[in-house]
Design a protein around this ligand. Sequence first.
Ligand code: KIV
Length: 289
Amino acid sequence: MSGGHHDPRRSRVTLASLARLKAEGQPVVMVTAYDHPSAVMAEEAGIDLVLVGDSAANVVLGYDSTVQVGVDELLVLTRAVRRGLRSALLVADLPFGSYEATDADAVHAAQRFVKEGGADAVKLERGGPMIARARAIVEAGIPVVGHIGLTPQAATSLGGYKVQGRTAAQAERLLADALGLQEAGCFAIVLEAVPAAVTELIAPRLDCLTIGIGAGAGTDGQVLVWHDLLGLGSGRLPGFVRTFADLRPRVLQGLADYAAAVRDRSFPAEEHTYAISAEELDALRARLA
Ligand code: KIV
């Protein structure tokens, strides 16, 4: 969070301002958001990058994996977030199936997120053949964030939601993917669920921004999922999450109090109702009599 707390005059976060933060050794803050009120709060909190993650599949749409969510669904969320942001950089996730097959698919999907969703940049998962997709999108003029390590869209082929880079060979492959994505023009790379010691060997070898989630403190910035960091989820959290606010019990209490007040007729009270003048009320009574 470059400016600490909300500064209404905060200038727009750009690729250049992010690069400056990296050069100055100032941590970069990214958070996911999926709707307008969350985007407004992220903006007010001075968050640098807001990601409309395909984690929306799990945390707001009720799917059991990210592979089920589609472009049209994420576009609705991206537009809502766009309307809530002023200075933070908006990154939209390219969902599974929208970019992998061809460069043309990748460019088309990315263009939809920029043109229809108002995204500033897109994120795609995996290295290897996806490096060419990242390059094609960058060449089409759209900034790209790479994502390596645990890439949930490939969870089945990775053998589940597991820490990645735990063998020397795997870690070396992660570095090769990161260098490939950087060379393709990615301005940032997310490292997810990677041993901290491996991150510490990879991150200093990269000039682009590195953003970690479960990858230790060796990256230029961190990202967390909105519902995880604010304690709004109901499932088991990955071990790398820190819950910065425990909101679910407070929401449940609020709902329980509301239900009780409706049922015991203490809500709505006088102050929650609209009045009508005595004259008009008398006139109404006379008409109805
Ligand atoms: O979809 C998502 O929320 C993500 C972050 C975890 C980086 O990709």
